[in-house]
Design a protein around this ligand. Structure first.
Ligand code: DGL
Length: 275
């Protein structure tokens, strides 16, 4: 079995996995959430890189040939170093992909004003990965960013659809739109934020588009597998999905049901930090 590995710091990557499985149901998937060490969004570059590298190593040991970092913070802080420094040493035949480029590569088809707003964790925003990626593809675009440090804890504590969440959602939406009144497209650059989407829309002025990345990442992966038959042919296809967590199985299963419909059984991984 050579499943496609899907990694996130915690639960958020489940929002990406769900869309990927809709587009590509035939493949086997192995999801790893580093719940015991999340959130990553407020951690330093070195720490996020170290944790992500361990997760990738573990997924490789489970037989994954292809790993998706379904976490913006890990994609922002660890992807490039893993691709350039680690993969040539560990195994040049294996692949690790992130979710930042897939999110922005077709953004020119969504925006009319070419003024974009990025909403993400402090780690993703400080890394400037989104503005840099957009600048490479569309140098004429104007990009503003806003870190929303409370949004992940709101989701993790099941407060995202409660009245208390309105204050923090409204605050960050107002902040980013004040930075640039011409913004017509806001990117939800964190895998937890789709759970806040309903509330975000309630506080969004008319005419502003909200981009949720799951569908974009899924379409991009589909395209990648078509363009890379040497990788695609190595991915097994029994339509299975297994879940692993570094926290307790019970905690993962109960929280995961917020992100994915239906009951999810998970297994615990103990030895990630030894890798
Ligand atoms: N999954 C992370 C992301 O997409 C958010 C959660 C965290 O901070 O660990 O940025």
């Amino acid at each position: 079995m050579t499943p496609i590995g899907i990694f996130d710091s915690g639960y958020g990557g489940l929002t990406i996995l769900e869309r990927i499985r809709e587009q590509l149901p035939e493949y086997d998937y192995l999801y790893l959430g580093d719940n015991a060490r999340s959130p990553y969004g407020t951690r330093s570059f070195e720490v996020v890189y170290g944790f992500t590298r361990q997760a990738v190593q573990w997924l490789f040991r489970q037989g994954c040939q292809l790993v998706i970092l379904a976490c913006n913070t890990a994609s922002a802080k660890a992807l490039r170093t893993i691709q350039q420094k680690d993969l040539p040493v560990i195994d040049p035949q294996r692949r690790v992909l992130g979710i930042i480029r897939p999110t922005v590569e077709n953004i020119d088809k969504i925006t009319g004003t070419f003024h974009i707003g990025i909403l993400g964790t402090p780690g993703t925003i400080i890394s400037r990965s989104y503005p840099l990626e957009i600048e490479k593809l569309f140098p004429e675009m104007i990009v503003e960013s806003e870190a929303c440090p409370i949004w992940v804890p709101l989701v993790e504590n099941n407060e995202h659809d409660k009245p208390g969440a309105d204050y923090f959602v409204k605050q960050h939406i107002e902040n980013i739109l004040q930075k640039d009144a011409l913004i017509d497209t806001l990117i939800l650059a964190c895998t937890h934020y789709p759970l806040l989407e309903k509330k975000i829309r309630e506080h969004l002025p008319g005419g502003i588009r909200l981009v949720s990345q799951g569908k974009l990442v899924a379409e991009s992966l589909k395209d990648y597998l078509c363009r890379h038959p040497e990788i695609e042919s190595q991915c097994s296809k029994n339509a299975t999905c297994r879940f692993y967590t570094t926290e307790s199985e019970e905690k993962f299963s109960s929280m995961a049901s917020q992100f994915l419909k239906g009951k999810i059984g998970a297994e615990r991984v103990y030895a990630l930090s030894d890798l």
